[in-house]
Design a protein around this ligand. Structure first.
Ligand code: NAD
Length: 249
């Protein structure tokens, strides 16, 4: 039996660089995947194969009705929702610079997508998971709060908020049989990130790791799958840093 056989997992930000890898990986492990994104990612999803185990949903995590529809459609098609991976994020368009220069509007958008969006998706799946008395919520934070990355204050603090949100929520929903954990990737560069930050940013990051290589989207998949699997049934409130040993929790 494959690790995620018979599990239905919602992935937000499913069309993004790392989101696509989660979806492909979970499908390989036997899961049903609800691939949610702001944009229509049907064409991308067709390239994953497994059409009968993929449901594409266009949903803005800032819109509670969209989030509710996403969860309801998941249950309608697959009869249950076992996992939610809150991966959608405001990251690549976040500007770098002194904390003095961040605009209030960019600060707000960053917190809205990264923190409020996460909370709203959780609110959408919670009634279903509560009814099932089972579920696993994984919220994507980042290595940056552990490192204390400067000149990126809105993003880093929004991802630090995810750690607190996950820990507190783990206590609230634990009695319902629901697990809540945080997954923290380090820098996973794609063409957009290299265009903005240059290759030097990745080279510096690699230098600081125990494992001396660039992190790939695929590096996140095993850790995420573990948190959704029955193997992690007694793991909650934890942060899992997947960073090649850049920092220790
Ligand atoms: N790439 C990295 O180096 C890195 C490092 C640490 C953490 N992360 C986190 O991992 C996650 C994925 O990062 P990525 O590199 O794949 O980014 P990405 O920009 O490639 O993907 C983000 C996805 O989120 C979607 N999205 C954005 N706003 C949305 C909204 N309002 N509603 C629904 N979907 C929305 C986008 O359409 C996109 O598909 C993010 O939460 C990011 O903060 C990334």
């Amino acid at each position: 039996m494959r690790l995620l056989e018979n599990k239905t997992i919602i992935v937000t930000g499913a069309g993004g660089n790392i989101g696509r890898s989660y979806c492909r990986g979970f499908l390989d492990m036997g899961a049903n995947v609800v691939a949610a994104d702001l944009n229509d990612i049907s064409t991308e999803a067709q390239s994953w194969g497994c059409d009968d185990r993929v449901l594409v949903v266009e949903a803005d995590v800032l819109d509670q009705e969209d989030c509710n529809r996403m969860a309801d459609l998941a249950v309608e098609k697959f009869e249950r929702v076992d996992g939610l991976l809150n991966n959608a994020g405001f990251f690549k368009s976040a500007s770098f610079g002194s904390f003095m220069d961040i605009t209030a509007s960019e600060w707000d958008v960053c917190y809205q997508v990264n923190v409020r969006g996460t909370w709203q998706c959780i609110k959408a799946v919670y009634p279903h998971m509560k009814r099932q008395r089972q579920g696993s919520i994984v919220n994507v934070s980042s290595n940056t709060p552990y490192k204390g990355v400067p000149n990126f204050l809105h993003y880093v603090s929004s991802k630090a908020a995810i750690i607190g949100l996950s820990r507190s929520l783990a206590r609230e929903v634990g009695p319902d049989g629901i697990l809540v954990n945080t997954l923290c990737p380090d820098l996973i560069p794609d063409d957009d990130i290299i265009a903005r930050q240059g290759k030097a940013a990745d080279e510096r990051t690699v230098e600081g790791r125990c494992l001396k290589r660039t992190q790939l989207p695929e590096d996140m998949v095993g850790a995420a799958a573990f948190l959704f699997s029955d193997l992690a049934g007694f793991v909650t409130g934890q942060s899992l840093l997947v960073n090649g040993g850049a920092h220790f929790n």
